[in-house]
Write a protein that binds this ligand. Structure first.
Ligand code: 4AD
Ligand code: MG
Length: 448
């Protein structure tokens, strides 16, 4: 078939015209003289209607009946070239319908495992390669794409250079207990947990840099927020202070939400995401609260009727119920800043005059989506960094390159990393992170 094909998403430009669409039959219904096909082509879904008398009229008794019979017997997920006249249709959600005039089967599909009935999650995950075809999964992937696109756009507009960090690494970026180890020609190497340390070298070379790629964490957590392979965007910049860093992060997250509203509005509709609520996150300033103030607030409210979290002392880390409560309390994305140094990474710069707290921020998404960004100012003083590494009994020889950055023209700098799947989950309004990446890798899943 060498016809020019039209995408479903572009059908509105062709009202009244006869078009051919390369598509799959997502579902089929109708009886007697009429057949309804739910068509999908990856850009959108819409309905085609075939009416037996029209086929007989157009092609004559024999051929007309044969074509109509083909349509009647199409199995779910058969691929077809379907031709028809585009009509506006108020009753359909999409607003258009196809008055089918011809059909050509491309690839048969027998006993497609995912039927319109409800399936359990394990079954769907085992069939992830097919599950991706469903309406909701398609919408989530479109949102993911809009977020990635908006990321490149935002950083380009803000003077950042894309600077790719390596995936194979000789040392740990975040936490050595979470490393995937691999054999690198006889010496151990690790899969990157974050490109940050290398990105700091980039920030000293190019000023403002970002990377975007897969990172790996051998976390044994089995939660709806954890993957063992996920995609992180790290940004790093010289000469910014912490407040300016938070301003940048806030502008970035707002640009991502706006990017999805602009580039994937139909996906938000399919997912029934509250767009006015998303817009409110763009319009209102994000909240900034210190870790210690957040602990005070949690203590103050721990006996409220509608709260359900454990008591915390200053110095305790938040669990997810605490994070959820904090961001719900403020109703907007909330930066929790200045955590205790003891549970943050070695490279974070202390708060001036408060050495047991660090200049860092976690951005907590509202509606219970948890932490989406982790970032900080970096220790830029050579001696202070060496002292910290000694205190933690780290092997400094593993970090020669990182220490060099403090030896040759060190400057104040900071950065942050966003887990793209966490952001997708939040904007899409889906419950579980496993649906935010094409093929999730989790504690008990590495196939398909
Ligand atoms: O907070 P994290 O660990 O920060 C860093 O890795 C820094 N080096 C980033 C930087 O400053 N450049 O991770 C950053 C983000 C988290 O906020 C979260 O969104 C996501 O990565 N993340 C995960 N997402 C999915 N599954 C996991 N297991 C994740 N762990 C972290
Ligand atoms: Mg973190």
């Amino acid at each position: 078939m060498t016809k020019d094909l039209v995408s479903i998403i572009d059908v509105p430009k062709h009202v009244g015209e006869e078009v051919t669409i390369g598509s799959w039959v997502a579902n089929k219904s109708g009886k007697g003289k009429i057949a309804f096909l739910q068509l999908r082509d990856g850009t959108a879904f819409f309905q085609g209607v075939a009416f037996k008398p029209n086929f007989v009229e157009k092609y004559g008794e024999e051929v007309g009946l044969e074509k109509f019979d083909t349509i009647k017997h199409l199995n779910q997920e058969t691929s077809v070239y379907v031709t028809g006249i585009v009509k506006e249709d108020d009753r359909s959600k999409f607003g258009y319908e196809l008055d089918i005039t011809d059909i050509e089967v491309i690839g048969e599909s027998k006993d497609y495992p995912i039927t319109p009935k409800e399936h359990g999650t394990d079954f769907l995950m085992d069939n992830r390669h097919l599950w991706l075809r469903s309406r909701k999964q398609m919408a989530i992937m479109q949102i993911r794409n809009a977020i990635i696109y908006a990321t490149y756009d935002f950083f380009d507009k803000n003077g950042f250079i894309k600077f790719d960090s390596p995936i194979l690494s000789g040392n740990a970026a975040e936490d050595s207990t979470e490393l995937f180890e691999t054999d690198y020609f006889g010496t151990p190497a690790y899969l990157s947990q974050s490109g940050q340390l290398y990105l700091e070298a980039g920030a000293m070379a190019l000023g403002r840099v970002f990377d975007f790629g897969p990172v790996f964490r051998a976390e044994k957590s089995k939660t709806r927020r954890h993957l063992t392979e996920f995609w992180m965007m790290d940004a790093e910049y010289s000469f910014l202070n912490h407040d300016q860093s938070l301003d940048l992060q806030e502008a970035y997250v707002k640009a991502l939400i706006q990017g999805v509203i602009d580039h994937a509005p139909q996906a938000l509709e399919i997912l029934e995401r509250d767009v006015d609520l998303l817009k409110s996150y763009i319009d209102k300033p994000f909240k900034r609260v210190t870790y210690d103030d957040a602990i005070d607030l949690l203590q103050e409210h721990e006996n409220d009727a509608d709260t359900d979290y454990e008591h915390l002392e200053h110095g305790d880390d938040f669990g997810s119920p605490h994070e959820t409560w904090i961001s719900n309390y403020f109703g907007v994305p909330t930066f929790v800043v200045n955590y205790p140094a003891s549970f943050k990474a070695f490279y974070m710069k202390p708060v001036p005059g408060k050495l047991d707290r660090v200049l860092c921020a976690d951005l907590l998404a509202p509606e219970g989506y948890g932490e989406i960004i982790g970032g900080s100012m970096r220790e830029d003083d050579y001696d202070a960094l060496v002292a910290k590494m000694d205190e933690l009994e780290m092997d400094k020889s593993e970090y020669d390159f990182y220490l060099d950055l403090r030896k040759y023209g060190s400057v104040p700098h900071g950065g942050f990393g966003i887990g793209i799947e966490r952001m997708v989950t939040f904007v899409a309004g889906t419950k579980h992170i496993r649906e935010a990446i094409p093929f999730p890798r989790m504690l008990h899943r590495i196939k398909p």
